[in-house]
Write a protein that binds this ligand. Structure first.
Ligand code: ATP
Length: 328
């Protein structure tokens, strides 16, 4: 392993997600294992600009593997988007003796890391932390599995009230650009229809589907709608449209919102975070830089960070087909 990296900084940036704490813990403890110093950087890039640092050792991360959110706090920093801001960040990093940075966040955070690395020839490694699972180069991001479980649990509860009152529920879930949460949680929770940004079902086809469902003897229904779906203007517009055209339906809307980001991480996310944290630190010690750690076919992998930023994730078409068959 390279002798040149003696001190690594770790931060969380962008939207928080369950499993970030487990990843911080993994980075800190892998540093301790390899006798490398570790500095926690608070509030993402803004903390780097302001020198908001704290030395971390193996004991600094006790009892956080099971906690949602991030003990290092997260932030969005406009200042880091400017050269002046990044110069301040670099001078703080130098002053603190940092040799490399592990950034836990989404594609915006990786873009920042990539630019910083190019400008100052500074080693960086990314760990994908976002519930949306919208990052190229990994089949799973930290927090995605937990968010799916949270959404499925919430829809199960909504189903209880839907079936007691013979109601139709539109449940809006997170996913402005991608429908991974909607599609997977929709199949898992047995939704009648799943509306995702990648495919505009069309309001008429939605009505036909709901009519068919009623004719087949179903008395209540759940439609899962990703935030970014364009079938209607929004979930309330869909409710109005269905009520106007299918008066036999009593329709309700439930917007799950920020509760999807919180909660104790699932076992999958904790294990993934631990594996990714080890890989991030050991890759830096091996002299690698400008990669994002990912998981592909159950193996922990490295993806060049520019590809992770530019690439687009695809929706699983087979899962769409499975969803169609399940609503027969
Ligand atoms: P999420 O997926 O939750 O939105 P994210 O990491 O994509 O997470 P962003 O707000 O896009 O969240 O980015 C986080 C931070 O990364 C920004 O506040 C900014 O400081 C930095 N960043 C993003 N894009 C750039 C850029 N082009 N140049 C410099 N810094 C950037």
């Amino acid at each position: 392993m390279s002798k040149s990296i003696k001190k690594i900084g770790v931060m969380t940036s962008g939207g928080d997600s369950p499993g970030m704490n487990a990843a911080i813990r993994a980075v800190v403890r892998t540093c301790a294992f390899h006798k490398v110093d570790c500095i926690g950087i608070y509030r993402g890039y803004q903390g780097l600009i302001e020198g908001d640092f704290k030395e971390m050792n193996a004991r600094s991360v006790n009892n956080i593997v099971n906690k949602g959110g991030t003990i290092l706090k997260s932030a969005r920093s406009q200042e880091f988007r400017t050269v002046e801001g990044r110069k301040k960040a670099h001078s703080n990093a130098m002053e603190a003796g940092l040799d490399a940075l592990v950034v836990i966040g989404g594609d915006g955070s990786f873009t920042g890391a990539m630019i910083f690395s190019q400008e100052f020839d500074f080693p960086v490694m990314g760990i994908p932390g976002t519930i949306d699972n919208d990052i190229y180069g990994t089949s799973s991001t930290l927090g995605y599995d937990t968010a799916l479980n949270t959404v499925v649990e919430a829809i199960d509860k909504i189903r209880d009230t839907a079936s007691s009152h013979n109601r139709l529920f539109f449940v809006e879930v997170m996913g402005r650009d991608v429908g991974h949460i909607a599609l997977n949680a929709g199949v898992g929770a047995g939704a009648e229809e799943i509306l995702i940004p990648e495919e505009n079902l069309g309001k008429d086809r939605l009505l036909e589907s709901l009519k068919r469902s009623r004719e087949s003897g179903k008395t209540s229904s759940i439609v899962v709608v990703a935030e970014g779906d364009t079938t209607g203007e929004n979930v309330f517009d869909l409710k109005d449209y269905v009520e106007q055209n299918l008066p036999e339906y009593e329709v309700r809307v439930s917007v799950l919102g920020h509760m999807q980001r919180g909660g104790s991480p699932s076992c999958w996310d904790r294990v993934l975070a631990s594996r990714m944290g080890v890989k991030a630190v050991e890759s830096l010690l091996d002299g690698k830089s400008n990669y994002m750690v990912g998981i592909q076919d159950s193996k922990i992998t490295l993806c060049p960070i520019d590809q992770a930023v530019k690439g687009k994730t695809d929706i699983d078409l087979e899962l769409l087909r499975v969803s169609d068959i399940m609503t027969t």
